[in-house]
Design a protein around this ligand. Structure first.
Ligand code: DAH
Length: 349
């Protein structure tokens, strides 16, 4: 009995000292001191001990038990301390390390060009307005003198959100992603506040394939002026002034007759090439001129449809592609670069 007790005691003490987690230590406690533990077992066999030896043996067992309990407590403290130290070490923060770098973004060339255009027109007393990107057929086509069977509609085939016609076939209620910002002209005219002097920048959509000069989503800047006695001279003077502000004082403009359904007469405006000054170079493909926008006098029928009396009021309108301006101004030769958002590219402007 005595030697068994000694055996249990020694094994217990060495196992406890080798133990490295609180869980294992608890398991050991149960195995040794628990109800079915080794030491408890030993106590049960006291009945085999001669009665005169029992007090002595009992005392030995109790001493062993007390010692084991003490060593258990000591080691519990040792393990807890080690765990705490390991955590402190793992969670240490080096306050002298440099902090994470915040990358600065950069304004997109489109944004820079747009702000430049806005600044010029605001300087001439224009208001900057916005219109919806999801538009009714009426605003995108119909009210701009482009009826259902007009060929211009095919050129600007777009993404239809809802498509159909009412019973009887009259009254189209197509809803689409706008193909041009010109519809904003109609929204502004319908407000019934005159005179109007506005530009309307925004996203437009066409079912075009992506290439160096096309994208299914791009930006336009629309312009509209309506007042009494507005003439083509106002249009020319305004747009020539705009071209000089944007491309430089020496810039000259040229108007070529063109056709747009919502203006009459209509024109396209070219500016002298700002690279060669009009002599002809690779940039302007030898012509000395660069096409920049479409424009014209607002068609009387368009005024009428939006509730403006064409006998009393006249106006001019213009529209240009924002990407085209950005590409020209920054001499970028592929439109796709504008949409890739590569910071190495964007940083250059
Ligand atoms: N909306 C035309 C287009 O997308 C551009 C345009 C031309 C707008 C002449 C105008 C304008 O306001 O008068 O091609």
């Amino acid at each position: 009995m005595k030697s068994r007790l000694e055996q249990i005691r020694e094994r217990a003490l060495s196992q406890i000292k080798d133990c490295d987690t609180a869980e294992k230590l608890n398991e050991l406690r149960v195995c040794i001191l628990g109800k079915k533990g080794e030491l408890t077992d030993l106590l049960k066999s006291m009945r085999d001990v001669a009665p005169e030896d029992r007090p002595k043996v009992g005392q030995m067992v109790n001493e062993a038990r007390a010692e084991i309990e003490r060593v258990l407590e000591e080691n519990k403290a040792r393990i807890e301390k080690a765990v705490r130290e390991a955590r402190l070490k793992a969670e240490v923060i080096d306050v002298t390390l440099p902090s994470g770098k915040t990358e600065m973004g950069h304004r997109h060339p489109n944004t820079i060009a747009l702000e430049e255009v806005e600044r010029i027109f605001i300087g001439m007393g224009y208001e900057v307005v916005e219109g919806p990107e999801v538009e009714k057929d009426y605003y995108n086509f119909e009210a701009l003198n482009i009826p259902a069977d007009h060929p211009a509609k095919d050129e600007q085939d777009t993404f239809y959100v809802v498509s159909g016609s009412s019973e009887g076939g009259n009254g189209v209620y197509d809803i689409l992603l706008r193909t041009q910002t010109s519809g904003v002209q109609v929204h502004e005219m319908e407000k019934g506040r005159l005179p109007i002097r506005m530009i309307a920048p925004g996203r437009v959509f066409r079912s075009d394939e992506v290439d160096a000069t096309h994208s299914p989503c791009f930006h336009q800047i629309e312009g509209l002026v309506i007042d009494r006695r507005i003439t083509f001279a106002d249009l020319k003077g305004t747009l020539a002034e705009f071209a000089r502000a944007l491309f430089g004082e020496e810039t000259k403009v040229k108007f070529r007759p063109h056709h747009f359904p919502f203006t009459e007469p209509s024109a396209e405006m070219d500016v002298t090439c700002f690279k060669c000054g009009g002599k002809g170079c690779r940039f302007c493909k030898g012509s000395g001129w660069i096409e920049i926008l479409g424009c014209g006098m607002v068609h009387p029928h368009v005024l009428e449809m939006s509730g403006i009396d064409p006998e009393e009021y006249t106006g001019f309108a213009f529209g240009m592609g924002l990407e085209r301006i950005a590409l020209l101004k920054y001499e970028i030769d592929d439109m796709r670069l504008l949409y890739e958002n590569d910071i190495r590219f964007l940083k250059q402007f």
